[in-house]
Design a protein around this ligand. Sequence first.
Ligand SMILES: [Zn+2]
Length: 246
Amino acid sequence: MSRAAGVEQGVNRRQFLALGWFPWLHPRHISLAGARFRILRNGHSNRRYLRIHGNEETARQVLERHMETHDGIAYVIESRVRTVVLQSLQLDPNRMFSRVGAEANLRMLNPGVAPERVRSALDVLERGREKLVHALTPPRGGLTVAMHNNGPGYSVADESESSDQTSLREPGNPHAFFLCTAPLDFEVLKTSPYNVVLQQHGPKQDDGSLSRLAVARGFRYVNLEVAAGQSERQREMLNWLEWYLR
Ligand SMILES: [Zn+2]
């Protein structure tokens, strides 16, 4: 066997093992507590995508279409409402990535709830969290992109105070912005015509969001926010990110 053939065979074997000729190794769903995500795979890349709020319909549509033409793995929550139900308690799924953040959110969304019910719900999260976190963490050097939509009550102005740097190229449209956790990504994103904030450290209080977890674990993460219904704008910004953020 020539050296070239040996190398080629090695690559093929690796590809064979990594690329999923074993459908039973590739589940179609992943769940944590009451949050169940459909898994969309296309080709092979170190990009991961997430739509975590069930009521953010624009983000779902844009992401699902995006995955038809871009490589990576997307996790799309199967729900039409914002919160999930965990042991009959309401929970914001983007607050379940730390115990302290989930606890604060459970107390806020379930006023007067007994402490032991909160503890029991937190224990359920604790047991299942790592599996979901592993799925949402990009491979080394990769990037996780979370797609969100907002309403009148939330904009880039709410993030400025907890941000390390901000670049507001489009101050008249504060609902559309990138939130990133890696300084190098901020350097690229700030050359876009869009608003961008860097949260390399984040606020002192851990709110249990995936962006805080990304900071804690040191992986690259970008939130892409636009107002609900602005699918063209979200598509445009996602395409900008794909083109320029390597
Ligand atoms: Zn959201």
